[in-house]
Design a protein around this ligand. Sequence first.
Ligand SMILES: O=C(O)C(=O)C[C@H](O)[C@H](O)COP(=O)(O)O
Length: 209
Amino acid sequence: MAAVAVARIVPVVSLASVEQAEPLADALIAGGITAVEITLRTPSGVGAIARLADYSALLTVGAGTVVSVAQVDEVIDAGARFVISPGIDEAVVTRCLARGVLPVPGIGTASEVQLADRLGLSAVKVFPAAELGGAGFVRAMRGPFPHMRFLPSGGVTADNVAAYLATPGVFAVSGSWTAPDAAIAAGDWERVAQLAAAATAAIAAPPGK
Ligand SMILES: O=C(O)C(=O)C[C@H](O)[C@H](O)COP(=O)(O)O
């Protein structure tokens, strides 16, 4: 939890090649980002996590789109420090906890928050946040689950990130807007650094201040 909670903004990144891992990390670090989620949507995911696991003390690396126990073991063996999933799967969560790595499963209903609660979790991802109602969804879930902390993902952008982060109960957000696929494919690391810097500025300047 600590690294994700401290980071507040976690870029979600899918890499076509493990060679993209280090320049991506350099760009994110230059933009002030301190945690990154490398997804398993591409075959390079596990290799990229392994490359970045000990790359920099300034960047904590986690895995995303983790949907099976086998993948939990793969990414933790590669060095992932947190494990994020689009949905909640008891076997995936239990395996992460047994291996001492934070799972952040996705939820989209109160029943799923209840399941997370029963599994002993205090933080979940809200996915897909925009389609679920954005900050309003988080506010509604805070009623019955005041102790739960939420990480909205899906539709978080430069325009709404500050509002999400200012919502009570939101401990962090994640999303692909700081490292768009097109910029990664073009090797436009300067663009990634700029987007990352603009995002981290949102942490320092909440809306209305
Ligand atoms: O891959 C995963 O593990 C996911 O659960 C989904 C991602 O967090 C969202 O797809 C990010 O959404 P965008 O920022 O709108 O692109």
